[in-house]
Ligand binder design. Structure first.
Ligand SMILES: [Ca+2]
Ligand SMILES: [Ca+2]
Ligand SMILES: [Ca+2]
Length: 453
């Protein structure tokens, strides 16, 4: 069914293009990505500021959380931050989320970087989540404390795939291949492995504040409107309420709240336990036999959560620039806005500053089939092996300034925005085809628009 719909859509578009090219206009507050929470800093620190309207009490919690986010954990028996490991990927939150931004993959994927790998066996666990792989759990830790072996090392190599735009311009994409070396025990052949790069941390409180109803209104699981796009919500286990809840965070929307996302990161990425996740990660070789209390206190966990909830999204730049305005029109015409929802309203949140804001996150927080090219073939709750959460595009134009690179997508394979778009497939195949048909000037304006976000 889908290919037919898609060919028709392309034909309709190319026949009617001249007539339907109506310019999309700007709102008066277009630059305010996060309503009155927006930060206007445009430096390499652009992602690190508290929401502009923060209360004095929340600012205090934000600053305490900032310190915990930056704290380096060390191996026991240190008195301060001594809970690192036995298995871990890195030593602090900030070591992967540099400047609260995103990481770039390193050739030695196991080195201290922001790329990690999830692992699971076929089937689901008791809560409907990924089934742990015996000996490895659900995440591969490439580091360990003294006396324990890292689970394995992973190297990345890339193969170039070349193609052409309709106007004859060449492009090249790099397809990653991962190879495992030195596993501490053989990795079972049925292991499903998913690469994930550390994504940015700002604006997440606002995404937490969007009501379920707002998100579900954007879903169209059976594509009843026939546009080839069928966003679906992920439902994931919430440990606090012991219920399934709408997933919002991570590349597959597999975490429901920022507190659970943070506690899971401490546990899986750093080997740091908390009251949320009291047991050390990966019940394989590295089972921690010493009974111990939480290595991250409730106060630190709450601080980190408030910190994340109150990191401001950066304002847009150059909103009235003519090329950017043209690109905004292209963004809508190429159906990008159908998934990358330009504007929505938050509902209510325990942090009052986040409530009832008009935000411009450029995501619907829903899962979409992105085709074989991006598939990890590893389900994560309701997200199947081809589905990913629409990545929020706010702040993306500042990546180079903040993180010194322009690597995008869930594994950082895209070397720039053009490559990120060219990897789109599945429900976004039509969008990609429209991009391929654009002339150089239109492609340039679309990219300039994304760089203004
Ligand atoms: Ca530990
Ligand atoms: Ca593990
Ligand atoms: Ca649809």
């Amino acid at each position: 069914m889908r290919p037919i719909v898609f060919i028709l859509a392309v034909l309709l578009f190319s026949c009617s293009e001249p007539e339907t090219t109506s310019t999309v206009s700007n709102d008066a507050d277009e630059a305010y990505a996060g309503g009155t929470t927006t930060s206007f800093d445009q430096t390499s620190k652009a992602f690190t500021f508290p929401i502009a309207n923060i209360s004095a009490a929340n600012l205090e919690a934000h600053n305490a959380g900032d310190a915990a986010f930056e704290a380096t954990f060390v191996s026991p028996p240190a008195l301060i931050n001594g809970g690192l490991g036995p298995l871990f990927n890195n030593v602090s939150c900030v070591s992967c989320h540099n400047n609260d931004g995103r990481a770039k993959p390193l050739t030695n994927a196991g080195a201290f970087g922001g790329l990690l790998f999830r692992i699971s066996s076929p089937g689901v666990d008791a809560r409907g989540g990924p089934a742990a792989m015996p000996g490895f759990g659900t995440q591969i830790q490439t580091h360990s404390i003294f006396g324990v072996e890292p689970e394995m090392e992973i190297q990345i190599s890339y193969t170039e795939i070349s193609g052409k735009f309709a106007d004859g311009t060449d492009y090249s994409l790099q397809q990653p291949t991962y190879s495992i070396t030195n596993p501490y025990m053989p990795v079972p052949v049925n292991a499903m492995i998913s690469p994930r790069i550390a994504n940015s941390n700002f604006g997440l409180g606002l995404l937490e504040a969007v009501s379920e109803k707002t998100i579900l209104n954007l879903a169209d699981e059976n594509d009843t409107n026939g546009d080839g796009i069928s966003g679906k919500a992920n439902y994931v286990y919430d440990f606090a309420s012991d219920k399934m809840m709408l997933g919002r965070f991570g590349w597959k929307a597999s975490q429901p709240t920022l507190i659970q996302q943070s506690a899971a990161a401490a546990n899986n990425d750093m080997g740091v336990t908390s009251s949320y996740f009291p047991n050390e990660t990966s019940l394989g070789q590295a089972q921690d036999v010493t009974a111990h209390g939480p290595e991250m206190s409730d106060e630190e966990l709450r601080g980190i959560t408030v910190y994340l909830q109150t990191l401001a999204p950066p304002a847009r730049r150059n909103v009235s620039d003519a090329t950017v305005m043209k690109g905004k029109t292209m963004f809508v015409q190429a159906q990008c806005a159908t998934c990358h929802t330009p504007k929505m309203q938050t509902g209510s949140h325990t942090i009052a500053e986040l409530s009832n804001q008009t935000i411009r996150p450029f995501t619907d927080l829903l899962l979409h089939d992105m085709g074989d090219g991006l598939a990890d073939n590893r389900p994560d709750y309701l997200a199947d092996g081809r589905e990913w959460r629409t990545a929020p595009l706010w702040g993306i134009g500042l990546t180079k300034i903040v993180n010194g690179h322009t690597n995008f997508l869930h594994d950082g394979r895209a070397r720039n925005l053009t490559e990120a778009i060219l990897w789109h497939g599945g429900e976004a195949e039509n969008s990609k085809q429209l991009f391929l048909k654009m002339g150089a000037a239109d492609r340039n304006s679309l990219i300039k628009f994304i760089e203004s976000l």
